[in-house]
Design a protein around this ligand. Sequence first.
Ligand code: ADP
Length: 468
Amino acid sequence: MIRNRIGMKLGLVIASVFLVVLLVLGVTMYQMFFNFYHTEMKTEVSEMTSHFITMAETTNASSEDMMLTFADFSNVSIFYINAQGKITLHSGEHNAADRSFIYEEDIKKIFSGESISIEHQDPSGSRYVVIGQPIYEGNTISSAIYVMASTANMDKSLTAVRNLLILAGIGAFLLAIGITWIMAQLLSRPLIQMQQATKRIAIGELETRLEIESKDEFGDLAAAINNLAADLQRYRDTRQEFFANISHELRTPITYLKGYAKVVKNRIYDTEEEKDRYLDIIYQEASRIEHLVSDLFELAKMEEGKISLSMEWVDMKDIVEQAVQKIELKAKEKEIYLKIQAPDSIPLIRGDGLRMEQIVLNLVENAVRYTDKGTVKVSVSSSTNRVTLLVEDTGIGIPTDELSFIFDRFYRVEKSRSRQYGGTGLGLSIVRNLVELQGGTIKVSSSVGKGTCFKIQFPSLTIEEELR
Ligand code: ADP
C-alpha cells in the first residue's frame, strides 16, 4: 500500500468528488420527483373538488347521491361544513369525527371566497392532501367542501423512486471506484517506475533506463531522466578516462626524471658532456610536466566557466603578426616557410587580445610541429559580419576518421606522436574552448601526407557599425 501512495491519494480524491456529486445529484433528483408528484396530486384533487362543487351546485335531488358514490369510487373523503363549522355531510373512509384538519382561519378564508390547500397528517401518521373550496347557492356561499385524498399511493411511488435512485447511486459509485482504481494504477505506475529508476541512478547504477514511451508529460519526464542518466554515465566514464590519462601523462616524464636523476646522482656517466645531456633531459621533462599542469589548470578554469576574459575590439591581423613573430625562429630551424596573407585592413572583432593570440599561437605551433619542411600559411579574410582565420600546413595530416576527436582532451592521433613532437594533447581542447567562449567557431579539414587546415570564424563589426 505504501508503494502506491500516489494512486491511493488520487483514488481517494476522485472517489470523494464522485461521492459528493452523486449525493447532490441524487438529492436534487429526489426533490424534483417529490415536487412533481405533490403538484400533480394537488392539481388532481383540486380538479376533483371543482367537479364536486359543480355537482353540489346543481339543484338536482340525485346529485348529492351521485357525488357521494363518486367520492367513494375516487377513494377520497369529502366533508361539507357550514358557516358555523359543523360537518353537515361526510363521505369516504376517513373518520367523520376527526376535525384536526379543519382550522378556523381556513373556514374564514373559504367563506370569504378563497380556496385552501394543505397537507395534513392524522394522529395515526397517515398523510393527506386536503383541498377546501366554497360552495355557492346563488351568490352566497352556503358551505365549504373539504376533499381529502390519501398520499399513500404517491408516497409508495416516491419510496420506489428513492430506492431506485439509491441503487443507481451505489452502482455508479462502485463503477466510479473501479474506474478510479484502474486510472490511479495507470497514472501511478510510471511515477513509481521513475522513482525506482532515480533511486537506482542515485546509488550509481547509471546504466538504468526507463521504458516509458507515452507521448505525454510522463514520457517527457522519463526521457529527461534517461538523458540525465546517460549524461552522468558519460561524465563518469570521461572522468575515469581523464584521470587515467593524467596519471599516464605524468608517469612517463616522472620515470625519465627519476631514471636520469639517479644516473647523475650515482655518477653513472663517462664524460661531462654525457652528464649535461642527462641534465638536459631532466630539464625538458620537468618543463613538460610544468606545461601539462598549466594546460590542465587552464582547461579546468575554462570548463568551470571561471576564466575571465577582458573583451575589447581587436584586429586579427595584428594578432596574427605578433604570434607568427614568436614562432618564426622555430619554423626557421625546421626549414619551414611561414607566410601571412591578409588584406590591408580587416574589420575588428570582439575578443580578449591575449586569448586570441593564444589561439593563433597554439594552431601555428601545431602546424610547425606536425610539418617537416614545407609551408605554413596563416591567412586572415573578412566577409559580411565575419572574420575568418585559416592556418594551413603541408605536414603529416590527420586521418579523416580521427578528425572529430582531435579536440578531445588528451587525444592524439598516434599515441607515439607526443614523445616525438612534444605537446600535451590538451592544446586543441583549449583552443576550441577559447574560440567558443569568444563567440567563434572552429573547423578542421585534413588529408594524410598532404596537410591540415584549421578554420576559425568570429563575428565582426559591420562597416556601418565601424563608421558610427
Ligand atoms: P598536442 O599538444 O599533442 O599537439 P593538441 O590538442 O594540440 O595536442 O592536438 C591533438 C592532436 O591532433 C595532436 O596530438 C596531433 O596528433 C593532431 N594535430 C593537431 N594539429 C595538427 C596538425 N596541424 N597536423 C597534424 N596533426 C595535428
